[in-house]
Design a protein around this ligand. Structure first.
Ligand SMILES: [Zn+2]
Length: 298
């Protein structure tokens, strides 16, 4: 027994000294499949595989600037990388956090995030953007909505009502649908923890979550006249215990724009996605002005 423990410890030390990411999972050494240093390659490889056209030169630039926030690894150990273009720091700049592929079977959301990344390498934006194109890399690999633990990340956020309602809601309203499993506890999943760390680190004024397949724009935020976007109507889908919208808008007053794409069809007109990015940027600025007005009138 002692020898076994010593062997495990030795393996752990050797791996660590080689710069390999090692963590203990269930008491066993768990070697992350991708370690610090090659996540820029992972960024390129995984984003190239997503549906739709790729601008190789722009993606090379974006992925060469990819980073991984501490602890941002999936259950299977894949890096959850992000891209934040260098931007001119101006006063009162809006910080917008974009999250793609929270659900692994919604690859098109990652394609839009990729397009926005490519675009941000070329233009000087009014806002400061941080993009996490694939929050759920294990789900993307397995083509499942849930992560490798079978948990729906968008029901696992630590909203104030999680303990009281997440399981209740899942059982009574969703008949324990495995696609909407909220997990054993709030923030039990590394992908959720990673998203929350980004929220703390970047302190966004506005969040865009890109999903499929409903074909609507859903906004959880203050009442503003939403900018027009051709082809996708504004519809309120509501929030759920443990959803990002409930956690951020209901809990922290940070608006969340949920883009629900209608599958691959929109990717055929990818320039529309450029317009969608501009619409999101405009909405973020509008919301900030509305908030300021509310504050001043109090
Ligand atoms: Zn989704």
């Amino acid at each position: 027994m002692k020898i076994h423990f010593a062997a495990v410890l030795l393996l752990f030390i050797v791996m660590s000294s080689l710069g390999m990411a090692v963590s203990l999972k269930g008491g066993q050494p768990f070697i992350k499949t991708n370690t610090i240093g090659d996540f820029q390659k992972v960024c390129l490889d995984s984003l190239k595989r997503l549906p739709g056209n790729v601008s190789k030169t722009a993606l090379d630039v974006a992925c060469s600037q990819a980073k991984v926030l501490e602890g941002c690894y999936s259950v299977e150990g894949h890096p959850i990388y992000h891209f934040q273009p260098k931007s001119k720091q101006t006063a009162n700049q809006n910080r917008i956090l974009v999250i793609g592929v929270m659900h692994g079977d919604e690859a098109e959301g990652g394609s839009v995030a990729r397009r926005w990344m490519e675009r941000l390498t070329r233009l000087q934006s009014r806002n400061k953007w941080r993009i996490i194109p694939t929050l759920n890399p294990d789900g993307l690999k397995m083509k499942t909505r849930v992560n490798a633990n079978g948990v729906d990340i968008n029901r696992n956020f630590p909203s104030a009502d999680w303990d009281a309602l997440a399981h209740k809601y899942w059982i009574s309203k969703k008949n324990k649908d495995p696609r909407r499993n909220p997990g054993p506890s709030a923030s039990s999943e590394p992908e959720t923890v990673c998203a929350v760390r980004h929220i703390e680190d970047f302190a966004p004024h506005f969040i865009v979550a890109i999903h499929t397949p409903y074909g609507v724009l859903d906004f959880d935020g203050p009442k503003v006249k939403a900018p027009m976007f051709p082809g996708i109507p504004w519809v309120s889908l509501g929030t759920f215990p443990g959803s990002l919208g409930r956690f951020m808008w209901k809990g922290k007053g940070v608006p969340v724009l949920t883009v629900e794409l209608k599958g691959a069809k929109l990717l055929e007109q990818i320039d529309q996605m450029d317009l969608l990015q501009d619409v999101a940027g405009t909405l973020a600025i509008k919301v900030k002005k509305t908030k300021k007005k509310l504050k001043n009138s109090l």
